[in-house]
Design a protein around this ligand. Structure first.
Ligand code: URA
Length: 264
């Protein structure tokens, strides 16, 4: 029995590896596994689903060359379209190996308000746009509650690639993706940034304080000759799990609305 595939353990392993949905009818096994159906845990590491795990998985330590590359590439980019192209071509983040899409920002390139989330989830990874799943529907309602819609804003994430199984991104993954986000902020040049959740707060503001202590307070982010007003609030996925916190998010939204009116 222990030489046979144990379906429950195998699925459990897939989940652990971040493979939490089936994208194709057929699981693709590496050549060896096709010939040998009795597999052990070690050999399961060769299983790929729709080839998403077929590229070598990079080590998790900070890849300084990748970071330098990302910074150099971003410094040369002058438009959002160029930034999108270089991001699509960038191979310095291990998350790209398991993601189906590179999820770039979406919305108005001349938006006064920029929203920054954490990373694409399963729906965003499949569709290739930020905040289009359950969290996105809540975000749309939050914006509508203060008289806005997503087309008037620019919405993006700290990471353009979905971490397997929606795990929390590592500091190294955040660091290597940050130059792309910072360049997006410079190119959009918004008046206001709304940070959704603790990862966006930590990445953009380099803030080690928790989201629960920092949310609702105005902060500043300096680009070129402008101080962008920054507000952090709870991430919609947290609000979906903890609806008792929605009242606090509502006060943050009202604060955001007041600032938007002030800056008009
Ligand atoms: N959560 C995020 O942080 N970003 C998305 O795009 C979707 C869910």
């Amino acid at each position: 029995m222990d030489k046979q595939i144990n379906i429950v353990e195998t699925l459990d392993w897939y989940l652990w590896a971040g493979v939490d949905e089936i994208c194709a009818d057929k699981v693709c096994l590496s050549e060896n596994l096709e010939k040998k159906p009795a597999i052990s845990y070690n050999s399961i590491s060769k299983v790929t689903v729709q080839n998403t795990l077929s590229r070598p998985v990079h080590s998790n330590s900070t890849n300084l060359t990748a970071l330098k590359n990302a910074r150099d590439i971003c410094a040369k980019v002058e438009t959002l379209d160029e930034l999108k192209s270089v991001m699509l071509a960038f191979d310095g983040c291990n998350l790209k190996d398991t993601a189906a899409s590179t999820v770039f920002g979406d919305g108005s390139a001349t938006a006064k308000i920029m929203l920054i989330g954490e990373a694409p989830g399963a729906d965003e990874d499949r569709i290739g746009l930020p905040f289009v799943g359950r969290c996105g529907r809540l975000l749309d309602k939050m914006l509508a509650a203060i008289g806005f819609n997503r087309k008037e804003c620019y919405i993006t994430n700290v990471l353009p690639w979905r971490p397997p199984g929606n795990r929390t991104p590592t500091d190294d993954e955040i660091a290597v993706c940050l130059p792309f986000l910072k360049r997006q902020i410079e190119l959009i040049h918004p008046d206001i940034i709304l940070l959704l959740g603790g990862i966006a707060l930590k990445a953009v503001m380099d803030c080690s304080d928790s989201i629960s202590r920092t949310r609702g307070k105005w902060l500043e982010y300096s680009v070129e000759n402008k101080n962008i007003q920054v507000l952090a609030t709870y991430h919609p996925s947290y609000l979906l799990r903890s609806s008792a916190q929605k009242a606090k998010a509502w006060t943050d939204l009202l604060r955001l609305k007041r600032k938007i009116d002030e800056l008009k």
